[in-house]
Each structure stands twice: as C-alpha cells, then as structure tokens.
Design a protein around this ligand. Sequence first.
Ligand SMILES: Cc1cc2nc3c(=O)[nH]c(=O)nc-3n(C[C@H](O)[C@H](O)[C@H](O)COP(=O)(O)OP(=O)(O)OC[C@H]3O[C@@H](n4cnc5c(N)ncnc54)[C@H](O)[C@@H]3O)c2cc1C
Ligand SMILES: NC(=O)c1ccc[n+]([C@@H]2O[C@H](COP(=O)([O-])OP(=O)(O)OC[C@H]3O[C@@H](n4cnc5c(N)ncnc54)[C@H](O)[C@@H]3O)[C@@H](O)[C@H]2O)c1
Length: 473
Amino acid sequence: MAPVNARSSRVVILGGGPGGYEAALVAAQLGAEVTVVERTGIGGAAVLTDCVPSKTLISTADYMSDFETAADLGVHLEDQEGDEVSDAVADLPEVNRRVLSLAAAQSADITARLAEVGIRTVAGAASLTSPTTVRVEPEEDGGAAEELTADVVLVATGAAPRVMDTAVPDGERILTWQQIYDLRELPRRLVVVGSGVTGAELAQAYLGLGSEVVLVSSRERVLPGEDPDAATVIEDVFRKRGMEVLSRSRMESVSRTADGVLVRLVDGREVTGTHALLAVGSVPQTRGIGLEEIGVDLLPSGHIAVDKVSRTSVRGVYAAGDCTGVLPLASVAAMQGRIAMSHALGDAVAPLNLGVVSANVFTDPEIATVGITQKDVDEHRVDAEVLMLPLARNPRAKMLGIRDGFVKLFAQKGSGAVVGGVVVAPRASELIFPVTLAVQHRLNVDQVASTFTVYPSLSGSVAEAARRLHVRG
Ligand SMILES: Cc1cc2nc3c(=O)[nH]c(=O)nc-3n(C[C@H](O)[C@H](O)[C@H](O)COP(=O)(O)OP(=O)(O)OC[C@H]3O[C@@H](n4cnc5c(N)ncnc54)[C@H](O)[C@@H]3O)c2cc1C
Ligand SMILES: NC(=O)c1ccc[n+]([C@@H]2O[C@H](COP(=O)([O-])OP(=O)(O)OC[C@H]3O[C@@H](n4cnc5c(N)ncnc54)[C@H](O)[C@@H]3O)[C@@H](O)[C@H]2O)c1
C-alpha cells in the first residue's frame, strides 16, 4: 500500500455516535479533511436515546432509592405537618425533561467540539456508491443530494432496537427504550420484556421511580451475560424490592388492551400491565446503505466483519461500533473508531484488545467487570484462583448501609497476576478502575495488596481480596 499522507486525506464518516465522532477527532488531529454525516443528531443513539438518557434516568432512580436507606442511617423524612413521609415522589415529566435536555446539551457540546477542530458535519442519510464516494440524502424534503469523495471511509451507523412482528411498538403503551422519554406519566404497572443489560437497568429504574414492575426473563437468571454471582445478587435485590421476576418466560406477543397491554408468553401465560417496554436486543443498521454492493462482507447477523484495526473486506473502508457487533459498548465503539483512523492515516496503532475492557451494568448495586470471567475459569480456559469477598464485612459498607455486593478477583495460578475482577457495589463503575489498572498492567496480587487504600473505604476490599490470594513464596 502506498504511504498515507494524512494531511491530504479526505475522510468521510457515516454516523455521528461515539464510533464516528471519536474517530473524526483523531482524523482531524492527524491533519485529514473530515466530514461526518449524521441523519439524527451528533452524539448518536449513545447520547440521544440509549446510554446517556438511560443513565440520567437511573441517576434519579438511584437518588430516590437513597431515601429507602435513610431510615437505616437514622434519618426520617417529615412533611410540613411533621408526619413521617415514607416515599419520595418522582415527577416523570420533569425527570424526562431533564433527561432530554441533558442529552441535547451533550450532543451540542460534541457538535461544538467537532466544529472547533474544523470537522464538517452534514445532516442527512449517507450511503456508499463506491468505496470512495458517499451519497448524502438531506433530511429535509427539497434539499439537494450531495456526493462526497473520500480517500478513507468509516462506517459507524450503530444499531436499532429489534422489533418483532408480534410485538410492534406504538410509542404510547408498547415502547422501545428509545421511546420512554416522551411518557407524560409514570407507568403504573410496567412489563419489561428482556432481562439483558437494557431490560435489567430500566426495570430497576422504573421500580425505583415508583412503578410496579414485572420483568419477563427468558433465561434461568436475569443478566445472563454477566458473572453468575453478580446476577444472583441483582435478581435477589430486584425481588426484595418488590419486582416480579418471571424466569424462563419467553414473550410471544404484546398487544394493546382497552386500558393497557397484554403480554402473552410462549407457555400460554398472560401478563397484563399499563405499559410494556421491549428490550429484546438490537439489529445493526447496515442494510440499504450500499455496503454489500461495494463488496463489504457482512456476517449472518448483518454486522460488518472487521479485523482488530477496524478494516472491512474492502480496502479504505473501515467500520466501528455497534454496526460491527464486536462488543456493543460506547467505549469500545470509540476505541474502534480511533484505531481505524490511526491505521488508515498511517499513525502508530495497537490492535483492539477486548481482554482489558471494563464494563458496568448500572443497576443498584452496579456490576462492574474487567478481564477474564468466571465462565473462563469454570470451563478451564484460564487456570486461575478466584476469591470473592462480600462487602457486608467492609466497615465503610456498614457505615453507608450497603448490604448487597462483593469484590471478586481472578489471579493466574503460579504468577499471581490479576487477570480479571468483578465488583458489585454502589458506584462499582468507579471501584473497578484499580482492578482494570492491575489487569492492564499485569500487576500481581501482592503488588495490589501492598498498595495503600484509605481506611475505611470500599476499595479496601479490593486490596483485601488480593491479600487473601497471596501464595507463600
Ligand atoms: C439502553 C442502552 C443503554 C446503554 N448504556 C451504555 C452505557 O452505559 N455504557 C456503554 O459503554 N454503552 C452503553 N450502551 C451501548 C452504546 O449505546 C452503544 O455501544 C453505542 O451507542 C455505539 O456507538 P456507535 O457509534 O456504534 O452507534 P450509535 O451511537 O448508534 O450512533 C450511530 C449513528 O449513526 C447514525 N446513522 C445510522 N445510519 C446512518 C446513515 N445511513 N447516514 C447517516 N447517519 C446514520 C444514527 O442516526 C446514529 O446517530 C447502551 C445501549 C443501550 C441500548
Ligand atoms: N450499561 C451498559 O454499558 C449497557 C446498557 C445497555 C446495553 N448495553 C450494551 O448493549 C448490549 C445489548 O444489551 P440488550 O440488553 O439491549 O440486548 P441483549 O441482546 O443482550 O438482551 C436481550 C435479552 O432479551 C431476551 N429476549 C429476546 N427475545 C425475548 C422474548 N421473546 N421474550 C423474553 N426475552 C427475550 C434475550 O434472551 C436477551 O437476554 C449489551 O451487551 C451491552 O453491551 C450496555
């Protein structure tokens, strides 16, 4: 391949989510002329409908659940007459306004940042007419289509909620997770279908906000992709707080009734509610944008096949994020996009390493994970010692009224290197960082154990778990 001159390269990016906009920033920094084509809004689904809105909603629900702990800590809430108040009340329209305005502000911040560094953004729907030409259909009727020429193309078109013929969302009572922020009142009885990360997070959010929630879970246990001990803690918490969890229950159809919804299960049972939230997975947005026509290989699932530097089967065409299905996380999409641009524009680049991705499920408590999994150990793919330490005995956890949660570390047998970890705790997303540092930099349990932690602190349990994994030399 001829040497790349980043300064004279034209880069066109389809999609302005984290895969697209983070790539654009790297390409601009390397001196390329960059255009991002986005049909909905910069920030993508991550910022406008998925990640940012759901975490904002969860912040309110978490805040409300703090009131439940208040009495344990000796705090009693009273109304103006001095009567004890048992429940805080969420004003859903107000909460949703905050969610949407925060998402819009985040999108505006990113748009401004792109403009600041000279990146052109074009509103419209993009498709490839050749590996080096992108056609943009304007969103507004009457506008002229535009043809962009590119030396490098990045496809970062994301994914959309999976819709079943038997459960078609209507945006009023039968909803995808992208439609919930228009609700004007709190669902009285919400049936959440699907207990993956999206279903579990939102089921608990609405429970916290005050809805009655039924979770239809097709599996033995909620959160089937997570650490089994962590998922068990979360399912117990769900039930303890009053959520009805229907295990091994597959939804067959969802339909409207006079005043709500009817969810039929495959085994014939029926569940009624005022609203249904469908969280049954996503499909990549890769059809009808010219990919197959120009020779880009798609997987049977419709995802774009990419290698570890985000190359597709067509030279000069890269792909990043949920449209590739590598690991559907905003952080991974962004990393794939950055790697793609560094590779395409001739900068130094390390291939994507999924072994060190830290991820978090924003339930209450949260589940944060990094590195190898319990499944890797149980199925003998990794020879590791496992140590699980419940938080219940941690002094800070007692002070904070934390009852549920643990720290689990995986240490390679022999070397003692920390190769993975799971933290189940409030703000586990922050607590996982020391474990991620250890995994990424191959620290061993003794190095972690001999690092000072604050007393009292939850991170003390990370060091304590490492200490218990010490093997006498
Ligand atoms: C409910 C929910 C919560 C989540 N929470 C988290 C979280 O907390 N942390 C985390 O790391 N991940 C989270 N994720 C995953 C995360 O949102 C995705 O991994 C991330 O959005 C992927 O980024 P992307 O750039 O690939 O795609 P997207 O963010 O989907 O962006 C793709 C963009 O491409 C645009 N587009 C599509 N086709 C075209 C076209 N033809 N022309 C022009 N533009 C086009 C779309 O309009 C969209 O804006 C969550 C997902 C869901 C569903
Ligand atoms: N906090 C986060 O980082 C976060 C949050 C949400 C999503 N995500 C990302 O998005 C990915 C996808 O998560 P998801 O939960 O949207 O999708 P998913 O595909 O992981 O889960 C969907 C669930 O719905 C179930 N299901 C499908 N059809 C059903 C039916 N008819 N009846 C009952 N259940 C049915 C499936 O068995 C599955 O467990 C995650 O793996 C994660 O990477 C991340």
